[in-house]
Ligand binder design. Sequence first.
Ligand SMILES: Nc1nc2c(ncn2[C@@H]2O[C@H](COP(=O)(O)OP(=O)(O)OP(=O)(O)O)[C@@H](O)[C@H]2O)c(=O)[nH]1
Ligand SMILES: [Mg+2]
Length: 209
Amino acid sequence: MYHLLKGLHEYLTRKDEFSVLILGLDGAGKTTFLEKVKGLYTNHPGLSPDKIAPTVGQNIGKITLPSTILQFFDLGGQSGIRSIWSRYYDDCHAVVYVLDAADHERLNEGWEVFDSLLSSPKILHLPLLLLANKQDSPGHLSVEEIRENYEQWYQGKKDSARRMYGEESDVKHERFASLDVMGISALEGTGVRTAVDWLFIRVQNSKRK
Ligand SMILES: Nc1nc2c(ncn2[C@@H]2O[C@H](COP(=O)(O)OP(=O)(O)OP(=O)(O)O)[C@@H](O)[C@H]2O)c(=O)[nH]1
Ligand SMILES: [Mg+2]
């Protein structure tokens, strides 16, 4: 009887654990986002933004939601350390790609890196959320403008690829068309709960459990 009740208790209180990768260029706001998530969902206040240094390696954060644990891995975005990202692809259940929507000069670089993510078969079919961060900054692009900016970048890339190699598959473009893009301010916390809600729902349906 004891074992039956123990088993029932374990079953009722069991939590599925999912890993979420936070990727994006250096300075996009990944760590600021993670620290805001920690502040909102744990008993510990996240680091204040003025204490956050560029990430060399990884930051980890775990939050508990109903019947679910989300384990976040925030990886450094500097070009020299992006090569470590792929080591995390096998074991993650969802990816958040953070873009600095106010840094017009680095948008193309952000798309190049994002495009290389879509080229990884391990990532392509996972839940993927694009966060257009820094919506509080003057001159930021809205979600709609970010989508248009990607379209322009993509068409330019496709045209030059066609000139060099002929027609190529549009699978990445289709993936982007169905992609969820959210505007947030990691600094102020706007939209952060909506992003976590999205992850919570999407990982439940993820094939890779
Ligand atoms: N205005 C504004 N600034 C932000 C926001 N999010 C982050 N920042 C600022 O952007 C800078 C970089 O933020 P980080 O969180 O360190 O960026 P990161 O993506 O973790 O960068 P790496 O660790 O180098 O990959 C810091 O000065 C942050 O305060 C935001 O929503 N609005
Ligand atoms: Mg960081």
